[in-house]
Design a binder for this molecule. Structure first.
Ligand SMILES: Nc1ncnc2c1ncn2[C@@H]1O[C@H](COP(=O)(O)OP(=O)(O)OP(=O)(O)O)[C@@H](O)[C@H]1O
Ligand SMILES: [Mg+2]
Length: 336
């Protein structure tokens, strides 16, 4: 019989009578990356939060290296070899990398914090995952990707056996994703089990050894990634074949309703020289990385941010939305 690092058996969980996990099981082998997939709301994060001691399951059992575990809180989980890197990183930005790793458990030398040991240990940890980050830097001076690596180092510092990564790549650039995957492979070689939550198919095939799929809180199945195709995964996730991943667009687009010309905002962070046209009946995608000021652009158009130069043309007429009230009068709406 195969020996598992982590066994999750028959977990049930309801929130105020609403069952969101129905008899879910998952088994992670040592030295492997296990992808957890399912549509939005399928219960992936909830299952992981039950494991990590954030929620308590109504029924079900967890075993780590054959021993039953039932963590009462995240600290309990961390100290016993289970770590979780959340999508919303909960870090102290004004403090250094070293402080963030050792917060609340500084090594001591007599009465004092052993700064030297702390620094050396941190450097050692980064070496172990093959990343170079200056441990004396403040977190606010690091990129999202580097901050994520600090979280991973923290997990490793607790001697994690299992690390859960909940949608870690949603705000990373392509190169940052490559780096993250390198780190994940390094940890896998060191015998850890990683649970990886992602909606990105290409990533699943690139990085995972096995996949477990949930649908509406139900356990659908676990398979070796090499035995799966994109279509089978989608089929398991949605419960039917999808003929078209993207429905065919049948309608015709009308005239230009809105034109934005060289829009630049006054205050930092400055939106600069943005132009686009929006036609009647059109859904226009606005894409860019975190920090590329997509939200700020929409706020500027909606009158919530001061425009320095550029034009907004509505149905052929130049207008000014210098306040949200004015924007609403011009029949704009912003759903945040
Ligand atoms: N604290 C909570 N209280 C009530 N309902 C919750 C709570 N947390 C999650 N849910 C519900 O449980 C279900 C599963 O949510 P969960 O966040 O686990 O899904 P998910 O698979 O992680 O989805 P996503 O891919 O969007 O992150 C959803 O219907 C959600 O609304
Ligand atoms: Mg989730």
């Amino acid at each position: 019989m195969e020996k598992y690092l982590l066994e999750i058996d028959n977990v049930n969980k309801s929130f105020s009578g609403n069952k969101v996990l129905d008899n879910v099981s998952l088994r992670v082998k040592p030295g492997s990356i296990h992808a957890l997939m399912g549509e939005n709301g399928a219960g992936k994060s909830t299952l992981m939060k039950c494991l990590f001691g954030i929620y308590t399951q109504d029924e079900g059992r967890f075993h780590l290296e054959g021993k039953e575990i039932n963590f009462t809180d995240p600290k309990h989980a961390l100290e016993n070899g289970v770590s979780m890197v959340h999508q919303e990183l909960n870090q102290v930005l004004a403090r250094t990398v070293t402080d963030n790793v050792w917060l609340g458990r500084y090594p001591r030398k007599g009465l004092f914090v052993d700064e030297q040991k702390m620094l050396e240990d941190t450097i050692g940890l980064f070496k172990r995952i093959g990343v170079e980050i200056d441990p004396t830097k403040k977190l606010e001076d690091l990129s999202v990707s580097q901050r994520q690596m600090v979280e991973i180092v923290k997990a490793v510092s607790y001697n994690a056996k299992v690390i859960v990564l909940d949608e870690p790549t949603s705000s990373l650039t392509e190169n940052e994703v490559k780096k993250l995957f390198e780190i994940m492979r390094t940890l896998k070689k060191q015998g850890m089990g990683l649970i990886y939550i992602s909606h990105k198919m290409e990533e699943i095939f690139d990085i995972s050894d096995e996949v477990t799929i949930l649908r509406d809180g139900h356990y659908i199945g676990s398979k070796d990634t090499k035995d799966l195709t994109m279509d089978t995964i989608i089929n398991m996730m949605v419960g039917r074949d999808l003929e078209n991943r993207f429905p065919v667009k049948k309608h015709k687009l009308g005239d230009t309703v809105l034109e934005v010309k060289n829009l630049t905002t006054l205050y930092e962070p400055k939106v600069q020289n943005v132009s686009f046209k929006l036609r009647r009946g059109e859904i226009l995608g606005l894409s860019g990385l975190v920090g590329s000021l997509r939200t700020e652009l929409l706020e500027a158009i909606f009158g919530a941010r001061t425009v320095e130069s550029g034009e907004i043309v509505l149905n052929g007429e130049i207008i000014k939305n210098s306040s949200t009230v004015e924007a609403i009068k011009h029949k704009f709406a912003l759903i945040t």
